[in-house]
Ligand binder design. Structure first.
Ligand code: E4P
Length: 216
Protein backbone atom coordinates (compact mmCIF):
# COMPACT_ATOMS: atom_id res chain seq x y z
CA UNK A 1 0.00 0.00 0.00
CA UNK A 2 1.30 3.43 -0.97
CA UNK A 3 1.15 6.46 1.34
CA UNK A 4 -0.12 9.82 0.10
CA UNK A 5 -0.18 12.97 2.23
CA UNK A 6 -3.59 14.59 2.74
CA UNK A 7 -2.56 18.25 2.86
CA UNK A 8 -1.71 21.30 0.78
CA UNK A 9 0.90 22.46 3.30
CA UNK A 10 4.27 22.62 1.51
CA UNK A 11 6.39 22.26 4.68
CA UNK A 12 4.53 19.08 5.65
CA UNK A 13 4.90 17.67 2.14
CA UNK A 14 8.61 18.50 2.03
CA UNK A 15 9.16 16.77 5.40
CA UNK A 16 7.21 13.59 4.51
CA UNK A 17 8.99 13.43 1.13
CA UNK A 18 12.30 13.61 2.99
CA UNK A 19 11.35 10.43 4.89
CA UNK A 20 11.36 8.56 1.56
CA UNK A 21 7.88 7.10 2.00
CA UNK A 22 5.69 9.53 0.08
CA UNK A 23 4.10 8.53 -3.24
CA UNK A 24 1.52 11.27 -3.82
CA UNK A 25 -0.65 14.03 -2.36
CA UNK A 26 -4.38 14.66 -2.08
CA UNK A 27 -5.88 18.10 -1.64
CA UNK A 28 -9.43 19.38 -1.30
CA UNK A 29 -10.99 22.86 -1.16
CA UNK A 30 -10.72 22.94 2.65
CA UNK A 31 -7.00 22.08 2.58
CA UNK A 32 -6.19 24.49 -0.30
CA UNK A 33 -8.14 27.20 1.57
CA UNK A 34 -5.62 26.97 4.42
CA UNK A 35 -2.73 28.03 2.12
CA UNK A 36 -3.76 31.70 2.29
CA UNK A 37 -2.83 33.95 -0.57
CA UNK A 38 -1.73 31.39 -3.15
CA UNK A 39 -3.73 30.50 -6.27
CA UNK A 40 -4.96 26.91 -6.67
CA UNK A 41 -2.61 26.45 -9.63
CA UNK A 42 0.40 27.73 -7.66
CA UNK A 43 -0.35 25.35 -4.75
CA UNK A 44 -0.54 22.33 -7.08
CA UNK A 45 2.61 23.33 -8.97
CA UNK A 46 4.59 23.80 -5.76
CA UNK A 47 3.53 20.32 -4.63
CA UNK A 48 4.49 18.87 -8.02
CA UNK A 49 8.01 20.25 -7.59
CA UNK A 50 8.43 18.18 -4.42
CA UNK A 51 6.52 14.94 -5.11
CA UNK A 52 6.85 12.84 -8.24
CA UNK A 53 3.49 11.06 -8.03
CA UNK A 54 -0.25 11.64 -8.39
CA UNK A 55 -1.49 14.97 -6.99
CA UNK A 56 -5.26 15.27 -6.59
CA UNK A 57 -6.89 18.65 -7.27
CA UNK A 58 -10.60 18.92 -6.53
CA UNK A 59 -13.27 20.47 -8.76
CA UNK A 60 -16.05 22.55 -7.20
CA UNK A 61 -18.65 22.53 -10.01
CA UNK A 62 -21.89 20.64 -9.45
CA UNK A 63 -22.64 19.96 -13.13
CA UNK A 64 -20.73 17.63 -15.45
CA UNK A 65 -19.75 20.34 -17.96
CA UNK A 66 -18.27 22.46 -15.17
CA UNK A 67 -16.32 19.52 -13.71
CA UNK A 68 -14.96 18.64 -17.15
CA UNK A 69 -13.93 22.25 -17.83
CA UNK A 70 -12.18 22.49 -14.44
CA UNK A 71 -10.60 19.06 -14.93
CA UNK A 72 -9.14 19.98 -18.31
CA UNK A 73 -7.75 23.21 -16.83
CA UNK A 74 -6.19 21.42 -13.81
CA UNK A 75 -4.69 18.69 -16.01
CA UNK A 76 -2.82 21.34 -18.02
CA UNK A 77 -1.04 22.51 -14.84
CA UNK A 78 1.10 19.36 -14.51
CA UNK A 79 1.10 15.80 -15.92
CA UNK A 80 0.81 14.35 -12.38
CA UNK A 81 -2.50 16.09 -11.67
CA UNK A 82 -5.44 13.77 -10.92
CA UNK A 83 -8.82 15.49 -11.07
CA UNK A 84 -11.14 15.00 -8.10
CA UNK A 85 -14.88 14.85 -8.71
CA UNK A 86 -17.63 13.90 -6.23
CA UNK A 87 -19.48 10.56 -6.01
CA UNK A 88 -22.56 11.74 -7.89
CA UNK A 89 -24.10 10.86 -11.27
CA UNK A 90 -22.65 14.14 -12.62
CA UNK A 91 -19.26 13.16 -11.21
CA UNK A 92 -19.30 9.72 -12.87
CA UNK A 93 -20.32 11.33 -16.18
CA UNK A 94 -17.37 13.72 -15.84
CA UNK A 95 -15.04 10.76 -15.14
CA UNK A 96 -16.11 9.15 -18.42
CA UNK A 97 -15.57 12.35 -20.45
CA UNK A 98 -12.23 13.18 -18.82
CA UNK A 99 -11.01 9.62 -19.41
CA UNK A 100 -11.70 10.07 -23.13
CA UNK A 101 -9.29 13.04 -22.96
CA UNK A 102 -6.69 10.86 -21.20
CA UNK A 103 -7.21 12.70 -17.89
CA UNK A 104 -7.08 10.65 -14.66
CA UNK A 105 -9.74 11.11 -12.01
CA UNK A 106 -10.11 10.52 -8.27
CA UNK A 107 -13.76 10.05 -7.28
CA UNK A 108 -14.08 11.53 -3.82
CA UNK A 109 -16.71 11.71 -1.05
CA UNK A 110 -17.42 7.98 -1.51
CA UNK A 111 -19.45 6.52 1.36
CA UNK A 112 -20.72 3.21 -0.06
CA UNK A 113 -19.50 0.23 -2.08
CA UNK A 114 -22.21 0.95 -4.67
CA UNK A 115 -20.77 4.41 -5.27
CA UNK A 116 -17.33 2.80 -5.55
CA UNK A 117 -18.62 0.29 -8.11
CA UNK A 118 -20.18 3.05 -10.23
CA UNK A 119 -16.97 5.12 -10.17
CA UNK A 120 -14.99 2.13 -11.43
CA UNK A 121 -17.54 1.41 -14.17
CA UNK A 122 -17.27 5.04 -15.31
CA UNK A 123 -13.48 4.62 -15.59
CA UNK A 124 -12.10 6.31 -12.47
CA UNK A 125 -8.36 6.03 -11.83
CA UNK A 126 -8.85 6.28 -8.03
CA UNK A 127 -11.84 5.83 -5.71
CA UNK A 128 -11.71 7.52 -2.29
CA UNK A 129 -13.90 5.92 0.40
CA UNK A 130 -14.04 8.28 3.40
CA UNK A 131 -13.34 6.18 6.50
CA UNK A 132 -13.29 8.76 9.32
CA UNK A 133 -16.45 10.60 8.31
CA UNK A 134 -18.39 7.30 8.43
CA UNK A 135 -16.85 6.42 11.80
CA UNK A 136 -18.01 9.86 12.98
CA UNK A 137 -21.65 8.83 12.43
CA UNK A 138 -21.21 5.44 14.16
CA UNK A 139 -20.74 3.42 10.97
CA UNK A 140 -17.77 1.17 10.20
CA UNK A 141 -15.95 3.30 7.61
CA UNK A 142 -13.29 0.66 6.96
CA UNK A 143 -15.99 -1.81 5.88
CA UNK A 144 -16.54 0.29 2.73
CA UNK A 145 -12.83 -0.08 1.95
CA UNK A 146 -13.01 -3.86 2.54
CA UNK A 147 -16.16 -4.25 0.40
CA UNK A 148 -14.73 -2.10 -2.40
CA UNK A 149 -11.46 -4.05 -2.51
CA UNK A 150 -13.41 -7.34 -2.59
CA UNK A 151 -15.75 -6.19 -5.37
CA UNK A 152 -12.96 -4.71 -7.51
CA UNK A 153 -10.79 -7.85 -7.18
CA UNK A 154 -13.72 -10.20 -7.85
CA UNK A 155 -14.71 -8.34 -11.01
CA UNK A 156 -11.27 -7.38 -12.30
CA UNK A 157 -11.88 -3.63 -11.90
CA UNK A 158 -8.56 -1.77 -12.01
CA UNK A 159 -9.55 1.47 -10.23
CA UNK A 160 -7.19 2.08 -7.29
CA UNK A 161 -8.74 2.04 -3.81
CA UNK A 162 -7.55 5.01 -1.74
CA UNK A 163 -8.55 5.03 1.94
CA UNK A 164 -9.35 8.68 2.73
CA UNK A 165 -10.49 10.60 5.81
CA UNK A 166 -7.85 8.81 7.88
CA UNK A 167 -7.96 9.97 11.51
CA UNK A 168 -5.46 7.86 13.47
CA UNK A 169 -2.56 5.40 13.00
CA UNK A 170 -4.74 2.27 13.31
CA UNK A 171 -6.67 3.41 10.24
CA UNK A 172 -3.42 3.10 8.22
CA UNK A 173 -2.84 -0.48 9.42
CA UNK A 174 -6.48 -1.45 8.84
CA UNK A 175 -6.46 0.07 5.33
CA UNK A 176 -3.31 -1.91 4.47
CA UNK A 177 -4.87 -5.12 5.86
CA UNK A 178 -8.05 -4.44 3.87
CA UNK A 179 -5.97 -4.39 0.68
CA UNK A 180 -6.29 -0.66 -0.10
CA UNK A 181 -3.83 0.44 -2.80
CA UNK A 182 -3.25 3.82 -1.14
CA UNK A 183 -3.96 5.56 2.18
CA UNK A 184 -3.96 9.35 2.22
CA UNK A 185 -2.85 10.53 5.62
CA UNK A 186 -2.82 13.94 7.38
CA UNK A 187 0.72 14.89 8.46
CA UNK A 188 -0.20 14.79 12.17
CA UNK A 189 -1.36 11.17 11.84
CA UNK A 190 1.78 10.28 9.86
CA UNK A 191 3.91 11.67 12.71
CA UNK A 192 1.87 9.74 15.29
CA UNK A 193 2.28 6.55 13.25
CA UNK A 194 6.03 7.09 12.83
CA UNK A 195 6.81 7.39 16.52
CA UNK A 196 7.31 4.59 19.01
CA UNK A 197 8.51 5.29 22.58
CA UNK A 198 10.55 2.06 22.60
CA UNK A 199 12.47 3.23 19.51
CA UNK A 200 13.39 6.52 21.26
CA UNK A 201 14.24 4.68 24.50
CA UNK A 202 16.32 2.12 22.56
CA UNK A 203 18.32 4.80 20.75
CA UNK A 204 19.01 6.57 24.07
CA UNK A 205 20.19 3.32 25.73
CA UNK A 206 22.43 2.33 22.78
CA UNK A 207 24.00 5.80 22.72
CA UNK A 208 24.63 5.72 26.49
CA UNK A 209 26.27 2.27 26.21
CA UNK A 210 28.35 3.43 23.24
CA UNK A 211 29.61 6.45 25.17
CA UNK A 212 30.62 4.16 28.09
CA UNK A 213 32.46 1.87 25.65
CA UNK A 214 34.35 4.86 24.13
CA UNK A 215 35.44 5.98 27.61
CA UNK A 216 36.98 2.58 28.45
C1 E4P B 1 -8.93 13.23 0.70
O1 E4P B 1 -8.91 13.06 -0.49
C2 E4P B 1 -10.09 13.74 1.45
O2 E4P B 1 -10.48 14.99 0.96
C3 E4P B 1 -9.75 13.79 2.92
O3 E4P B 1 -9.13 12.59 3.28
C4 E4P B 1 -10.95 14.10 3.79
O4 E4P B 1 -10.57 13.97 5.14
P1 E4P B 1 -11.47 14.55 6.34
O5 E4P B 1 -12.72 13.74 6.45
O6 E4P B 1 -10.60 14.41 7.55
O7 E4P B 1 -11.77 15.98 6.00
Amino acid sequence: MRIFLDTANIDEIREAARWGILSGVTTNPTLVGKTSGKSHERVIQEIAEIVDGPISAETVSLDTAGMVEEGRRFAAWHPNVVVKVPSTPNGWAAVKQLKQDGIRTNVTLCFSANQALFAALAGAYIISPFVGRLDDISEDGMQVVRDTVEIYRKHGLTTLVLAASIRHPLHIIDAAKAGADIATVPFKVLEQAAKHPLTDKGIEAFLADWRKFQEQ
